[in-house]
Design a protein. Structure first.
Length: 180
């Protein structure tokens, strides 16, 4: 059955179609959530809540993007809301879920480990960390980040630039042993 047919059946509250979509996207969305929240149980909770929200709001899905992209935005927003509600200062990134997108001016000095990159991202202030993670890890563009974070595109660009500068400085300090 095609994805659009499943979505249309979900709009009619077809439980079997909902289960098929859930099974199709559950693991991928769990990977997205794991990049934001600290542990598997919290990530599972966010994903479950996101699917509930998605099925409750399925009428809002117009097919302008894939269902997966639409659902991913719901999951990302759920993760950010979860972190804000828990007032968490760190985001644990599991290596098996980490996929940094290509970016022209992004490179890491030789000898910097993935653990050091993860630690440096975790130490960024929230307003920079979320934008850096959405852009570099999740692959969102500034327009999408602006919508997710409820900020302007200019603010997204500025926060990314400042976050990357802080991240690079932190990694440089780490590479040359000048950090704490």
């Amino acid at each position: 059955m095609f994805q659009i047919e499943l979505v249309e059946k979900c709009k009619l509250n077809d439980r079997e179609a909902q289960l098929k979509l859930y099974r199709q996207y559950c693991d991928g969305m769990l990977g997205v959530a794991m990049r934001f929240v600290k542990n598997y149980d919290d990530a599972e909770d966010v994903v479950q809540e996101s699917f509930i929200k998605a099925f409750q709001r399925i009428e809002q899905f117009k097919g302008e993007v894939t269902f997966g992209a639409w659902l991913k935005r719901i999951v990302v927003n759920g993760c950010i809301d979860f972190l804000k509600s828990k007032n968490q200062r760190t985001v644990e990134l599991n290596e098996s879920y980490l996929h940094i997108t290509d970016e022209q001016d992004w490179h890491v000095e030789e000898g910097i480990t993935l653990e050091e990159v993860k630690k440096s991202i975790e130490e960024l202030p929230d307003k920079y960390r979320y934008v850096v993670q959405l852009f570099l890890v999740e692959g969102y563009d500034h327009s999408e980040i602006a919508q997710i974070m409820n900020i302007t595109e200019a603010a997204s660009r500025t926060r990314l630039l400042r976050g990357k500068i802080q991240l690079k400085e932190s990694l440089k300090d780490s590479a040359y042993g000048t950090g704490s």
